[in-house]
Write a protein that binds this ligand. Structure first.
Ligand SMILES: [Fe+2]
Ligand SMILES: [Fe+2]
Length: 179
């Protein structure tokens, strides 16, 4: 089963999901993209799952507004293709922090391994706006990822915490009942 956080659609089975899947299936089967499963991004979410989440919501929103949903989906899947654990990553001497550099690293990796259109390049390179204040979005699809990336980051950190709180609460309740 392949799912985006907060969505019920199975991307391999459901009609809506399949439409998305066909646009990115080559990327989803690529070794380098799958390597992102090795790195945790937010909370318990891997970098791969985060990119899938962003890619799927990018696709849905861009399709709704008749924007380039294919570019949004593909660039979404590659937008954090920096391929290291940012929690333990130490910047080289003179290098800026991960938040400021990883979009450029992801774009470099993406360009070295896939055909990246100008629009897709803009989406990947500028997804960290406004943290990267000079990387101003040029396209509406880039504005979409700026918002979707933050929304997914929030879901990925908040939902697992909420689930943990609910589990602890239920455990407490059942202990009370059996006492
Ligand atoms: Fe990012
Ligand atoms: Fe991201």
């Amino acid at each position: 089963m392949l799912k985006a956080i907060g969505s019920k659609a199975d991307l391999l089975v459901d009609r809506e999901g399949k439409g998305y899947y066909y646009m990115v299936s080559d990327l989803l089967e690529n070794e380098l993209v799958l390597k992102m499963k090795e790195y945790i991004h937010h909370g318990d979410t891997t970098c791969f799952q985060h990119c899938l989440n962003v890619s799927y919501y990018n696709y849905r929103i861009c399709r709704f507004f008749s924007l380039n949903a294919r570019a949004a989906a593909r660039a979404g899947l590659l937008h954090d293709l920096f391929l290291y654990d940012w929690h333990t990553h130490k910047p080289e001497k003179g290098e800026r922090l991960h938040g400021f550099t990883h979009a450029e690293t992801a774009l470099k990796n993406a360009k070295e391994n896939f055909y990246i259109s100008e629009l897709e390049g803009d989406i990947i390179e500028k997804h960290m706006f406004p943290l990267n204040i000079t990387a101003v979005p040029r396209y509406r699809e880039t504005v979409v990822i700026v918002l979707v990336d933050k929304y997914c980051g929030l879901l990925e950190t908040v939902i697992p915490r909420m689930k943990r709180i609910v589990t602890v609460f239920h455990r407490g309740e059942s202990k009370k009942r059996s006492a």
